[in-house]
Unconditional design. Structure first.
Length: 485
């Protein structure tokens, strides 16, 4: 009867502790409010860029950005390169493994909410003392076999364990958004590098044509010098022009090689084994309708902002963990077992033992460890808040830069289109005059050189417009929230 009353008392005490477990010390995390602004730039955002090369780009908040945004360039070759990089890139695979590790750590943390059950088996051979309490009893040598099981349950009165698991959940969220950021960074690097490689190849072809024309111009100039109609300084001028263009060819070829090597690495291949498809710069489609998220939505879409928010959540939960350490900790423990000198008498009632009861650990004096440990957690939270604020500011800066860049790209490209058109018309006119005998061929070659130079500038402007479009997609978060999987 006494044992029964004891068990009832212990059970009631456990219930009381469990009711107290509803208390959680430390702050409850509250998501930061979205920025109080309705636009990215100081002036009102224009609805569209100027029409450049026959195309304007339109900024709209009515549409949404697709997750595989690179398909907007309508290039199967580009899609192939991006998909291969996503499948094989080691950095992305490492990020996915880190995410899986954080999720498993979170699942492991939930074990604190369940009883911990352990079983023990002990077998030993012992010799008792020959003298006990001043009496000679003679020593004995015997075997001792012990079987026992222990059940312990930590009663989370002040919520330290719950805050710890909350921190693990937030850490898993952080790794998730870091994985999204790695995916976005990889895809943008592949697209940008592919565009740059296509631009370098196009510039190399144009430069080689230009050098070929200049070499023809040199031969004609040398003939004119030999006939005495042109001074020798004209030959030196053309030779200098050829040398300058040949010098510019080597860096272009080096840049193209580096772009190919980088693409191979992003695809998880050695440069020697890479098999990259050829992408024609002028064959890429320019995305015309550009979905621009509202500023209030951007903070819920950019993976770096969400990762910074998750870090705030981690720091907030750690304040609760540090605070709970300053309070007593409670647990309920129970042990049952039996012992005997051999396996045959383990079932004897005389060898059985058990215990049950709560225990408490009260921190009375820990120096300044617990106090300043909590203060350090608060300081870490303030640091994460500042980092979050800086991340948001940088994100808005990037969107504003991309929006203005596209406006200026269109203006610059249209100027290059006009320069190319004027150079082409001048070349046609001089060619007609040459056939009519009104000008010499040297004037035609000079115009042709000018036309090819404007063509190179035009190609650079086209590539810049494509890359700044990519920059806008990345600055807006890449549309990952619209992914089907």
């Amino acid at each position: 009867m006494y044992k029964f009353r004891l068990l009832v008392q212990q059970s009631c005490l456990a219930v009381i502790f469990a009711m107290l477990g509803g208390c959680e010390v430390g702050p409850n995390f509250v998501r930061p409010a979205p920025p109080d602004t309705d636009r990215y730039t100081h002036e009102l955002q224009s609805e569209a860029t100027v029409a450049a090369n026959g195309q304007a780009q339109y900024f709209t908040s009515r549409n949404t950005l697709i997750a595989d945004w690179w398909k907007l360039f309508e290039s199967e070759e580009l899609n192939t390169v991006v998909n291969k990089a996503i499948a094989n890139n080691p950095t992305l695979q490492a990020s996915e493994a880190s995410l899986a590790s954080s999720q498993d750590s979170m699942r492991a943390g939930y074990g604190v909410f369940f009883p911990q059950i352990q079983a023990g088996v002990g077998v030993s051979r012992q010799r008792s003392a020959s003298q006990q309490q001043g009496l000679q009893t003679g020593s004995k040598i015997f075997n001792l076999i012990t079987l026992s099981s222990t059940v312990s349950y930590a009663i989370d009165v002040f919520g330290g364990a719950r805050r710890s698991v909350e921190s693990l959940r937030a850490q898993a969220d952080y790794q998730r958004y870091e994985n999204v950021a790695a995916y976005l960074m990889l895809s943008s690097n592949v697209v940008n590098t592919s565009i740059a490689r296509a631009a370098y190849i196009a510039e190399i072809h144009t430069t080689k044509k230009l050098i070929k024309l200049e070499q023809e111009q040199l031969r004609l100039t040398q003939a004119q010098v030999s006939s005495g109609t042109t001074p020798y300084s004209a030959v030196l001028s053309v030779q200098s022009l050829i040398a300058t263009d040949q010098a510019s060819l080597a860096p272009l070829e080096q840049n193209a090689s580096q772009a190919e090597h980088l693409l191979a690495t992003l695809e998880g291949e050695f440069p020697s084994n890479a098999n990259l498809p050829d992408i024609n710069l002028t064959g890429l489609a320019l995305p015309v309708d550009l979905p621009v998220s509202l500023p209030s939505d951007l903070v819920n879409q950019r993976p770096d902002i969400l990762a910074a928010e998750a870090q705030m959540h981690v720091a907030s939960a750690k304040i609760g963990v540090a605070t709970a350490l300053m309070f007593p900790s409670f647990s309920l423990n129970g042990t049952f077992g039996t012992s005997g000198t051999n396996f045959g008498n383990l079932t004897a009632s005389s060898g059985k033992f058990w215990s049950i009861g709560p225990s408490a650990t009260i921190p009375i004096f820990q120096g300044t460890t617990l106090w300043f440990g909590r203060k350090a957690a608060i300081d870490a939270y303030q640091q994460s808040r500042a980092n979050y604020r800086q991340t948001v500011l940088s994100a808005f800066e990037q969107v504003a830069d991309s929006l203005k860049a596209l406006e200026h790209d269109a203006e610059g490209l249209q100027a290059q289109v006009e320069a190319k058109r004027a150079a082409g018309e001048e070349l046609k006119l001089l060619q007609a005059n040459y056939h009519a005998g009104l000008v010499d061929y040297l004037a035609v070659l000079t115009a042709d050189v000018q036309y090819h130079e404007t063509t190179i500038a035009y190609l650079q402007a086209v590539a810049q417009r494509y890359q700044d479009t990519v920059a806008l997609f990345v600055a807006l978060g890449g549309g990952w929230w619209n992914a089907q999987e």
